[in-house]
Ligand binder design. Structure first.
Ligand SMILES: Nc1ncnc2c1ncn2[C@@H]1O[C@H](COP(=O)(O)OP(=O)(O)O)[C@@H](O)[C@H]1O
Ligand SMILES: [Mg+2]
Length: 302
């Protein structure tokens, strides 16, 4: 029997008045993934995750977490933990006391489970200090500990690196990278591709509530990761020709023509340019940074 998918979302919709904050979103997260939900601020990441966690009502589509709809039936969320935006704690209680309180609300967690969770996020030595004295990074880690305490099979993290310094981000990345081998699948949202590209194999890129790309990062890199840069004596003429030979995505940036196209099409274009009497001054293939690619994908979708 095939394993149940941790997340299977189809056609998810959330409207706020005229605004479709989440507009026909599909997500497929496989067991053992660290799956990146990427998009700029306002893209609809938190709203999507809220619907996944059953915190708000959806206006359309289906959500299945391990085959079960989070809003239907008792226990549908028992293998799932996480929080959106920032975790909330009592500042005047210690980290350990906060977890004990949350554990009690959740039907009881023994001290050993609490300390094991604190250990996993490297907070054991500060567990007796008040949360009010914690840094933002420590609070995020305490949030993760409170989720791990429930022994989830799916952990949902909404921009957990926000506000962290580079060292905090590195600690978080180490912590998250170790989760799949402990049997935890992770859904991780971020507005920075660089933050997740080392830990995520698969991503969805969202913008204005819509998916601009879903799939493997290496496929994304392979299919959009490089572009031809052409400097021609007549840039506008070269652009027209590029469109004519079948490269509709060709565009001019200043006097440089950028082309996302297979090499045979570029060959054809160079021949046509020669035929049209348009001299090529430079033609090179350039690797794009993923950040640039991310920016383009979200810009193009907008
Ligand atoms: N409760 C709400 N009422 C009205 N609009 C909202 C509400 N929550 C979110 N939005 C809007 O939905 C869009 C997506 O928001 P959000 O999911 O928070 O984006 P992200 O988490 O990607 O930054 C934004 O335009 C936001 O202003
Ligand atoms: Mg958000």
């Amino acid at each position: 029997m095939s394993e149940l998918l941790p997340v299977e979302v189809r056609g998810l919709v959330k409207r706020y008045g005229e605004l479709a904050a989440v507009d026909d979103v599909d997500l497929t997260v496989e067991p053992g993934d660290i799956y990146g939900l990427l998009g700029p601020n306002g893209a609809g990441k938190t709203t999507t995750l809220r619907m996944l966690l059953g915190l708000i009502r959806r206006d359309g589509g289906t959500v299945k977490l391990f085959g079960r709809d989070p809003v239907e039936g008792v226990g549908a969320l028992e293998d799932v933990a996480g929080f959106v935006e920032s975790p909330a704690f009592y500042p005047y209680l210690t980290g350990r006391e906060n977890l004990r309180l949350l554990g009690a609300l959740d039907g009881g967690a023994d001290l050993r489970a609490i300390d094991a969770a604190l250990e996993r996020v490297d907070l054991l030595d500060r567990a007796g200090d008040r949360v009010g004295t914690y840094s933002l990074g420590m609070r995020q880690r305490l949030g993760i500990a409170s989720s791990l305490m429930r022994s989830p099979k799916l952990l949902v993290l909404d921009e957990p690196a926000n506000g962290l310094d580079p060292a905090g981000i590195r600690d978080l990345r180490t912590l998250v990278a170790a989760l799949p081998e402990q049997g935890v699948t992770v859904l991780y949202s971020s507005h920075l591709l660089a933050e997740v590209e080392e830990v995520c194999k698969r991503v969805a890129i969202v913008n204005d509530g819509k998916i601009a790309f879903e799939g493997r990062l290496d496929e994304l890199r392979a299919s959009y990761g490089s572009a031809y840069r052409i400097e021609a004596a007549d840039p506008t003429g070269a652009l027209e020709l590029a469109h004519r030979v079948g490269a509709p995505q060709a565009r001019l940036e200043g006097h440089v023509l950028w082309l996302d196209a297979p090499s045979d099409l570029v060959d054809q274009l160079s021949i046509e340019l020669g035929r049209a009497g348009i001299a090529i001054r430079q033609l090179a293939r350039e690797q794009r940074s993923l950040e640039d690619l991310f920016f383009r994908l979200t810009e193009d979708a907008a």
